[in-house]
Design a protein around this ligand. Sequence first.
Ligand code: DAT
Ligand code: MG
Length: 138
Amino acid sequence: MTTERTLVLVKPDGVRRQLSGAILSRVEAKGYRIAELKMMNATREQLEKHYAEHVGKPFYEPLVEFMLEGPVVAAVFEGERVIEGFRSLAGSTEPTAAAPGTVRGDLGRDWGLKVQQNLVHGSDSVESAEREIGIWFG
Ligand code: DAT
Ligand code: MG
C-alpha cells in the first residue's frame, strides 16, 4: 500500500512571476512531501492528454496555448489525502472568487484573458492523479 500522491503543476504564470518557490513552500509547510520535482517545457502532446476532459470547451485551445507560453514546474506530492488537501490549498478555479489564504486567492487575479491564469494545477481524484503522473513523469 502506497501513500496517496497528486500531480501539482506550477503553471507558466507562476514560474514567470517567480512564485514557484512560494507555492511549493506552502504545500511543503502543510506537511506534504515532495516525491518528484522538475522544471520543464510542456509539449502540446502532453497537454492534449492532460486536458483531454476539456476538449471542445471554449477555453480549451487558449488553455493549451497558455501552458506552452513558458516552463512549468511539475511535482508529485505525497501524503494522506493529499489530493483533497492540495485542492483546498489551491483554492477555486477562478482567482477572483478563490478564498483569501489559498494560492489562487492570495496570488492570482483575473487578467481579462480567454483562459483563467490561476497559477497551479492539482489532480482531482486518485484516478486522475495516477494518469497525470504518468503523463508528466512517465
Ligand atoms: P481546475 O484547474 O480548478 O481543476 P478545471 O480542470 O475545470 O479547473 O479547468 C482547467 C483550467 O482551465 C483551469 O485551471 C483554468 C481554465 N478554466 C476552467 N474553466 C474556465 C472558464 N470557464 N473560463 C476560462 N478558463 C477556465
Ligand atoms: Mg482540473
